[in-house]
Design a protein around this ligand. Structure first.
Ligand code: GLV
Length: 327
């Protein structure tokens, strides 16, 4: 029997490529930029498996071009760029990489929180620009992290890992989630709050929720109005959970104190975007899970998921297990 064919949309760590080359014919988009749409549409024509990143939109048009496709694997935990119901209707398996990146992403989220509270990037820019001419009592004075109240929206694996870090800073931990998490409340002392109460009480509001129709534009003008003028918004989920125009106005008019953003509605965010012109914004290029070790683990996990799906074994981390019952 001919080996199944796979297309990988970015250069991934070598061991993950090797794992797939053991069983399949593998083609890779080698350039250090996302695969152009027309190339993707052409490459998917006769493949059995597709290995993608958060940067590719996998929708009906792609699937219409991919009549042999049996499985898609994303090297990420979030999969809002993929039309899951369209995949499921066609019996195509989707796998992703949960768990393996939780601690690394929580580390980055906490680093972003601290950098924003203590104005680290702003202070660094100030110094590098030669503006530091004398010590001054209130120079770059920021907000305290230790002992402050953190409000986590989305108490999944990453939220829990973040709450654990917050305990080390003696923070009061509030959370809002679809379901209450009694074990997290007990183990980490987290307190459940309604969405509005969390916004009103928190010094740091941290978004870690997946992007769904319910969480799109979750934070807009009304929500920013509920937050304290000294509070900080941290977004490490997906850009579209925040109305960026409303956030810009709130930051400009000091309705909230600052924002730390790892994700944006448009990625990469254009250099001249209004949010990037503000001193009270710390912006990062979507690097939540970007440690060398974790990215290697994610690459392997996504490769294993695709291999298992194509060899007829049940993948460990299936997004749409109902596909198996349609076969
Ligand atoms: C990254 O954003 C991921 O979902 O893994």
């Amino acid at each position: 029997m001919d080996k199944a064919k796979i297309f990988i949309t970015r250069k991934i760590p070598e061991e993950a490529i090797q794992l797939l080359e053991n069983d399949f014919v593998v083609k890779i988009w080698e350039e250090d930029r996302p695969v152009p749409r027309e190339v993707l549409l052409d490459e998917v024509k006769d493949i059995d498996g597709l290995y993608v990143m958060v940067s590719e939109k996998i929708d009906q048009e792609v699937l219409d071009h991919a009549s042999n496709l049996k499985a898609v694997s994303i090297m990420a935990v979030g999969y809002d760029n993929i039309d899951v119901s369209c995949l499921t209707k066609r019996g195509i398996i989707l796998t992703h990489t949960p768990g393996v990146l939780s601690d690394t992403t929580a580390d980055l989220t906490f680093a972003l929180l601290m950098a924003t509270a203590r104005r680290i990037t702003e202070a660094n820019r100030y110094l590098l620009a030669g503006k530091w001419t004398s010590w001054s009592p209130m120079l770059m004075a920021g907000q305290d992290v230790y002992g402050a109240t953190i409000g986590i929206i989305g108490m999944g694996r990453i939220g829990e890992a973040l709450a654990k870090r917050a305990t080390g800073f003696d923070m009061k931990i509030l959370y809002h989630n679809r379901n209450r998490r009694p074990e997290v409340e007990e183990r980490l002392g987290a307190e459940y709050r309604s969405f509005d109460d969390l916004l009103k009480e928190s010094d740091f509001v941290v978004l870690l929720t997946p992007l769904t129709p319910e969480t799109r534009n979750l934070i807009g003008e009304r929500e920013l109005d509920l937050m304290k003028p000294t509070s900080i918004l941290i977004n490490a989920s997906r850009g579209a959970t925040v109305d960026e125009e409303a956030l810009y106005q709130a930051l400009l008019n000091k309705k909230i104190w600052a924002a730390g953003l790892d994700v944006f509605q448009q990625e990469p965010i254009p250099k001249d975007h209004p949010l990037l012109q503000l001193d009270n914004v710390v912006a990062l290029p979507h690097i939540g899970s970007a440690s060398i070790a974790t990215r290697k683990k994610m690459a392997m996990m996504a490769a294993e998921g695709l291999r298992d799906a194509l060899l007829g074994n049940r993948p460990k981390h299936m997004v749409n297990p109902e596909v198996l019952f349609q076969l």
